[in-house]
Design a protein around this ligand. Structure first.
Ligand SMILES: [Zn+2]
Length: 211
């Protein structure tokens, strides 16, 4: 995880999958001092723009609605963050070969069922597409995209490639390991990977001096 180089307004997209990138909207996610990046609803809208989920027009409309209906926006953000944390725990368990907690899966399925109830197949110029019913009340539309991404990942072969950064200070970021040798260990080599390498070098140097 970038400590010094990360811009305050930039979100990381190192996960290789929408739902994993969403799970990574917390710094030091596996530590006892996690840093929330989604402080208010506008951050969620901004993340969705960076992730390419919402077209600019729709993102702007959502941002304008949030400015008028702050309580509803804040409730939608809470739902997204709660779902994110359940997904994070499920993915982290899978990354370490553990069975996910039943309560987390139940919570995920409940939210997924609610989003399915709002899903529609609508005609487009070239065929049909999934759409969210009731655009005027689409507070959870970003979460809806993320839930679908998570459901697709969990039911695909790629599920076995979910990994978590091996940083021992609690980076906790998740990724899809698409390396041929299944050997990806770090969120980013230039951050956690290099820090671990430097610590290993200093430890070996100290040991050599002591002996
Ligand atoms: Zn990391």
């Amino acid at each position: 995880m970038a400590e010094n180089t990360e811009r305050a307004d930039a979100f990381p997209f190192i996960g290789g999958c929408l739902c994993l990138d969403f799970a990574n909207t917390v710094r030091w996610h596996a530590s006892d001092h996690p840093g929330e990046r989604l402080i208010d609803f506008s951050h969620l809208v901004r993340w969705s723009r960076s992730a390419g989920i919402l077209p600019e027009k729709e993102a702007n409309r959502l941002a304008r609605s949030a400015a008028v209906h702050s309580a509803r926006a804040s409730a939608a953000l809470s739902r997204a963050v709660k779902a994110r944390e359940a997904m994070y725990r499920v993915f982290a368990a899978i990354a370490h070969g553990r069975r996910p907690d039943k309560a987390d899966l139940d919570g995920f399925n409940k939210t997924l069922a609610e989003s399915l109830a709002r899903s529609r197949i609508c005609p487009t110029e070239v065929g049909f597409a999934w759409q969210w019913a009731g655009a005027e009340d689409a507070w959870d539309i970003v979460l809806w995209h993320i839930l679908w991404s998570a459901a697709e990942l969990l039911t695909s072969k790629a599920m076995r490639r979910i990994g978590q950064c091996a940083d021992d200070r609690g980076c906790g970021w998740l990724f899809l390991d698409i390396s041929r040798s299944h050997s990806r260990r770090w969120c980013e080599m230039k951050d956690c990977g290099n820090r671990a390498k430097a610590r290993g070098f200093h430890a070996r140097a100290r040991a050599a001096t002591a002996s």
